[in-house]
Ligand binder design. Structure first.
Ligand code: PLP
Length: 378
């Protein structure tokens, strides 16, 4: 198996590919990867499938231990088994958190641009979103702590944050996380830290720090949500987990999930355990391949006037400033030229584009050629 292999995903029911099923448009939008899943994960799923009953399932005994060992090894985070709450998706976890920790009339802070489900996880008629945009410091997107402080008030009860950040690719520094956690503690705000992209740091000079590790004094206030789904390309299987060290907060979360959130599917548990236990060699190769792809994209972007690639530290999602093209519909323009990107509009910055570069280098080069040809038509 090689990351250079191009596997056809057409007509497999793939959300990413089937949007453009009968066209020649290359899909570079939704965040899943075109790479074959690591062999140990495939083998574990095959083994589980051999048992022909797929009923309601509890987390396998080894899963807690596989996750705990991984978090300890990579982040020095000593997680206790009873802190883990399994969920069939991170977005589900965001919605559960809004229901668990917010009352009618509460405000929730989010920091645009941000993954679009941050805008619709709350209960529309019950809570309001307050948007405090990120700002750029040294060409890197980060929190505007003064503006966030200024927006806090008694009814601001929650912050939903994403670390590392989708779509800007920022890996936050310890000091940044500490400032935000301190603000949340001072204003009695629960911190929801979506860390789904934490194992996808492609800039080897920086390290992800879980928010709860950066700020142990505020850990009672923090609900972390993680998943192996992005890193090991198993998003369609649906297994994620919240890490909640405070017992009362954990009970509130479990209560809010009860009766509306289904259990995790058996194959999802199996795949996730294999990923955390045996997926590290594959992950290391993946990070190298993604970093090389990002470099190739970065080099090519110098040939594409009107587009500015923002430096990223994590994720396989390039964040591209297209404001100089001054178009109403930049996404539609590139789609007409055979490239299906995400419009920045859904994340809260309409003049940007997001490009998923988790594909073979050959496929990425084809996309770059098409984008270059598109720009030449202007
Ligand atoms: C920040 C973030 N959270 C959550 C998700 C989706 O998580 P899930 O598929 O587990 O609901 C994504 C997917 O791209 C994401 O980028």
């Amino acid at each position: 198996m090689s990351f250079d292999d191009q596997i056809s995903r057409k007509a497999t029911g793939s959300l990413k590919w089937d949007r453009y099923l009968d066209t020649d448009i290359l899909p570079m939008w939704v965040a899943d990867m075109d790479f074959e899943v690591a062999k140990p994960i495939q083998d574990a799923i095959k083994k589980r499938i051999e048992h022909p009953v797929y009923g309601y399932t509890v987390a396998p005994k080894g899963l807690d231990q596989a996750i705990i060992a991984f978090l300890d090894e990579h982040y020095g985070w000593k997680v206790q088994p009873d802190w883990l709450v399994y969920l069939p998706g991170v977005v589900t976890g965001l919605a559960v958190a809004c229901r668990a920790y917010c009352e009618d009339g509460d405000d929730i802070m989010v920091n645009p641009p941000i993954y679009h489900h941050f805008y619709n996880s709350h209960e529309d008629k019950r809570q309001q979103l307050v948007k405090v945009p990120l700002h750029k410091e040294d060409n890197r997107w980060t929190y505007n702590i003064e503006a966030m402080q200024a927006a806090c008030h008694a009814k601001m009860t929650m912050l939903m944050m994403c670390s590392p950040h989708n779509p800007t690719g920022t890996v936050f520094k310890k000091s940044e996380l500490q400032q935000v956690a301190k603000m949340c503690a001072e204003h009695n705000m629960t911190m929801i830290s979506d860390e789904i992209h934490c194992d996808l740091v492609i800039d080897r000079s920086v390290k992800h720090i879980p928010t709860a590790v950066a700020c142990p004094e505020y850990a009672d206030n923090i609900v972390t949500i993680m998943s192996g789904s992005k890193t090991w390309n198993i998003a369609g299987l649906n297994c994620s987990f919240a890490i909640i060290s405070n017992k009362e907060r954990r009970q509130q979360f479990v209560k809010a999930a009860h009766a509306i959130v289904p259990g995790v599917p058996p194959l999802a548990y199996t795949a996730t355990e294999a990923a955390y236990r045996e997926g590290e060699p594959w992950r290391q190769e993946l990070l190298t391949y993604l970093a090389d792809n990002y470099q190739a994209l970065s080099d090519a972007m110098t040939r594409l006037p009107g587009l500015k690639l923002q430096p990223i530290q994590a994720t396989y999602l390039a964040w591209i400033d297209a404001s100089e093209l001054a178009m109403d519909d930049t996404q539609g323009f590139f789609e007409k030229h055979g490239v299906g990107l995400s419009s920045g509009e859904q994340f809260g910055q309409a003049q940007f584009l997001r490009l998923n570069f988790a594909c073979s280098l050959d496929a990425l080069n084809k996309v770059i050629d098409r984008m270059e040809a598109a720009i030449k038509t202007l």
